[in-house]
Unconditional design. Structure first.
Ligand SMILES: NC(=O)c1ccc[n+]([C@@H]2O[C@H](COP(=O)([O-])OP(=O)(O)OC[C@H]3O[C@@H](n4cnc5c(N)ncnc54)[C@H](O)[C@@H]3O)[C@@H](O)[C@H]2O)c1
Length: 463
């Protein structure tokens, strides 16, 4: 639960006074005793734990590794004492980095729960389709859970996890990492201090980038709804969550359109083949040539950076020949949409329009927030706040909005989230956590309902 503190206290807590230029000081001075809601100041203070909290990583891939590095950097707060991961090279990497005893190393998540509870919490960082079963079992056994998004593959499963957490008094944190970035915290703080008045509407764009999209959502783990979740849930639940978190209001109506327009068989060029390295006649000219992206230009990591470090030509070529990343983007089994729009009406008739776009040369979320007294324009690098009355603007640069976790992934969100979650578990108080499962269910609900709308020709859905 957010804690109410005065604006003066908030600024002191955040240590942002030095970042505020004189012009903003002037216009904020006009704002009387507005109340600001922020996560508890625990979020910003280092606390010495008497003992570190112990953790088992379930799914030792990219995300599991990113969270585990928190333990290396903050050994007083967190210790990784177990891992479940089918790929040996990844298991070994965890074992060596965290000195995990042999009896706590498992090939699959089920084996963790064959042992009596032996850690304070588990991090579930398996693929989307493998969130539900381990989360339910972990809670049943009394573990607290840090669960990767999307929470689960259906709304019903999300509700079951929530109920299971209530029944067993387990704290469940959802990895909505953007909530913990200094950039989005600044955006929310500007809104909550009243600097732009009442928010009337939000326009939010997630430009995924065409190569990123082809990697993750055409060739990779998030390409197929049944094997994963719709891209609105797997990728953009973050965005729906940020919109909900910024507005702090319930959504009451939603409608959505979107489809897979480009990465499908209809656009497959003459002479193309199932594999870029398997006799494709147009490979050398193709924007999405796997050889070009992963091998020649090294534009994207072919699979798991942790497996392929250092760069190994033979291994990479083998991965392209045999694995999904060498598949033709026009002849794969992908079905998730490459563009989608979601229109939302919130309480007080505040509106939000969200777009998820695959076909962009750039990335970095673009947000425009329109208020009665001013507006905000942000692109994750710069955040410009303008005041209609004074005609003044101030721009905050992401690189200057820092906290002690800024160097971690997702603009500081990865370790900021862990810090927040660990405090909640340590104090057995979920109100110290921002992205609780209860809170995160709001945006997942919008996501599942938006999908219902999209699958029904954009039908307006009342929530
Ligand atoms: N919060 C975020 O910003 C963010 C970013 C990227 C991905 N994610 C989410 O994190 C999750 C993991 O993504 P990732 O990129 O780390 O994927 P990944 O493929 O790198 O990691 C998943 C790991 O789970 C392992 N695994 C498979 N079956 C298993 C089993 N039975 N038991 C235990 N482990 C098993 C895989 O071998 C793999 O190493 C996904 O749900 C994804 O949507 C979240």
């Amino acid at each position: 639960m957010a804690k109410k503190i005065s604006r003066r206290e908030a600024i002191k807590t955040l240590g942002i006074t030095s970042l505020i230029a004189p012009s903003l000081m002037n216009f904020t001075a006009n704002i009387s005793d507005k109340i600001i809601e922020l996560p508890s100041e625990l979020y910003y203070q280092n606390i010495d734990f008497i003992e570190p909290l112990t953790c088992v990583i379930i799914g030792g891939g990219n995300r599991g590794w990113a969270y585990a590095t928190f333990a290396e950097q903050n050994p007083n707060m967190m210790k990784v004492i177990g891992v479940a991961e089918p790929v040996k090279i990844r298991r070994d990497k965890f074992k060596d980095a965290h000195n995990i005893p042999e009896e706590n190393i498992f090939e699959t998540w089920e084996q963790v729960f064959e042992k009596p509870k032996f850690a304070d919490f588990v991090i579930i960082s398996t693929w989307d389709r493998l969130h539900y079963a381990p989360a339910m079992k972990a809670l049943e056994m009394g573990y607290n859970v840090l669960l990767e998004k999307a929470i689960a593959q259906s709304w019903e499963q999300c509700q079951n996890i929530l109920n299971q957490s209530k029944k067993n008094n387990g704290i469940v944190g959802i990895c909505h990492v953007l909530r913990y970035t200094p950039y989005f915290n600044k955006m929310r703080e500007v809104i909550q201090t009243g600097e732009i008045g009442d928010v009337i509407s939000i326009q939010h764009l997630e430009p995924i980038g065409n190569i990123h999209f082809s990697h993750s959502f055409v060739r990779g783990n998030w390409r197929n709804e049944k094997e994963s979740t719709p891209s609105l849930l797997s990728k953009s639940c973050h965005d729906l969550d940020i919109i909900y978190w910024l507005l702090d209001k319930k959504c009451k109506q939603v409608s959505s359109f979107g489809s897979l327009n480009y990465f499908n068989k209809a656009n497959s060029p003459m002479g193309s083949a199932k594999k870029c390295t398997g006799g494709c006649e147009v490979e050398s000219k193709c924007t999405y040539s796997a050889k070009r992206i992963y091998f020649d230009k090294k534009e994207w990591g072919v699979s798991h950076l942790i497996d392929l470090q250092p760069w190994d030509s033979e291994k990479v070529m083998k991965a392209l020949n045999e694995g999904p990343y060498g598949n033709c983007v026009f002849q794969n089994d992908n079905d998730v949409v490459d563009h989608q729009i979601v229109n939302m009406v919130f309480e007080d008739n505040t509106t939000a329009a969200f777009s998820m776009e695959a076909h962009t040369s750039y990335s970095g979320r673009r947000t425009r927030i329109m208020g009665t007294l001013g507006d905000i324009i942000g692109d994750e690098n710069n955040l410009t706040v303008s005041n209609f009355n004074t005609r003044e603007s101030i721009t905050f640069q992401s690189s200057e909005l820092k906290n002690q976790f800024s160097s971690s992934g997702h603009g500081g969100g990865d370790h900021g989230l862990l810090f927040n979650f660990l405090n909640a578990v340590y104090h057995n108080d979920s109100s110290l956590l921002s992205s609780t499962i209860e809170n995160s269910m709001e945006s997942h609900y919008i996501g599942f309902k938006a999908e219902e709308s999209r699958n029904n020709n954009g039908k307006l859905i009342n929530l």
